[in-house]
Design a protein around this ligand. Structure first.
Ligand code: PDD
Length: 285
């Protein structure tokens, strides 16, 4: 049985209830995080809570907890659920109002909701073959740096991939790579790892930061710069990164192979560094 946290109470997920007047439901008016947990230890929790704080500040929802309180709630939820590796979903909405009104309520009572699922990272088979992706024009709003629950555009864009039997949609805006529908995108050309700079057009991924740190630690040549659509299509390797997918090769885009159509050596190495980092930093000590 999955245990969730709703406004101060730990309870079975199937019993949790919120008001239909919650602005999270009516307007998608909320912020969220997805935090991977390895061996019952939340990964980069301080960074996830800091990013949550930045989103809440930007959308003017009062942050209901200090960082220490957030960490305590996450720890308790992890302890109350059965899985050793978990994916924690954390959401704060602007809360309920008496009537539907675009303007914020005079007094905001944010709704805090967390749930846990088993963390399922890509299987050995998927890692060995990589995944197929499609591309689409990035038609989202101009604050993609905020992790808000208003994800209809991301859902529509992801579904373009699903409808074609693919795993992810790679997004281009004005001829440049932004990110995936629910991931950041890295490219390898001539042995150099490339990734777009953080901006209001993409989510600053926690995994993105880890991958850049690992590249620096292991001396992998890399550059953070704008990437042309054509540079993605003709890349030697393309990867997606996220908290739940970690580092995963994209081996075809719009039906055409990336490189030789198999996961490339740089991505395999990065995946191994990521696993090593997890196993040394997270699972022991
Ligand atoms: N999504 N870009 C977008 C649009 C995302 O939704 C995500 C993650 C990322 C990667 O961020 P991180 O490395 O911090 O997970 C980039 C989560 C997993 C989700 O919505 O389920």
């Amino acid at each position: 049985m999955s245990i969730c946290y709703l406004d101060g109470t730990y309870q079975p997920l199937t019993e949790a209830r919120i008001s239909p007047m919650d602005r999270g439901f009516l307007f998608g008016d909320g912020a969220y995080e997805v935090i991977p947990v390895y061996s019952r230890r939340p990964f980069r929790i301080a960074e996830h809570i800091a990013r949550l704080g930045r989103t809440l500040d930007a959308v003017r929802i009062p942050n209901p907890h200090t960082a220490a309180e957030w960490e305590a709630i996450v720890s308790e939820l992890v302890a109350r659920n059965a899985w050793v590796d978990q994916s924690i979903y954390l959401q704060v909405s602007r809360g309920p109002d008496e009537r539907r009104n675009h303007a914020f309520p005079a007094v905001m009572r944010p709704t805090v909701f967390l749930m846990s699922e088993a963390l399922v990272t890509p299987s050995a088979d998927v890692l060995a073959s990589g995944v197929a992706a499609v591309s689409a024009a990035d038609f989202r709003w101009a604050r993609c740096d905020l992790k808000t629950t208003a994800l209809l555009a991301n859902c529509l864009l992801r579904q373009v991939a699903i409808d074609k039997g693919c795993a992810e949609t790679v997004l281009f805006r004005d001829g440049f790579l932004t990110e995936g529908a629910a991931s950041n995108i890295f490219v390898v050309r001539d042995g150099v790892m490339l990734v777009p700079p953080k901006s209001h057009l993409m989510l600053p991924g926690i995994t993105y930061d880890v991958v850049l740190e690992l590249a620096a630690t292991h001396g992998l040549e890399h550059a953070v710069r704008e990437i042309l659509e054509d540079e993605v299509r003709t890349a030697d390797e393309v990867w997606l990164t996220s908290s739940t997918k970690e580092v995963l090769a994209i081996t075809s885009l719009d039906g055409r192979p990336i490189g030789d159509g198999r996961p490339g050596p740089v991505g395999r190495e990065m995946h191994a560094w990521y696993q090593e980092f997890k196993n040394t930093v997270m699972r022991v000590g």
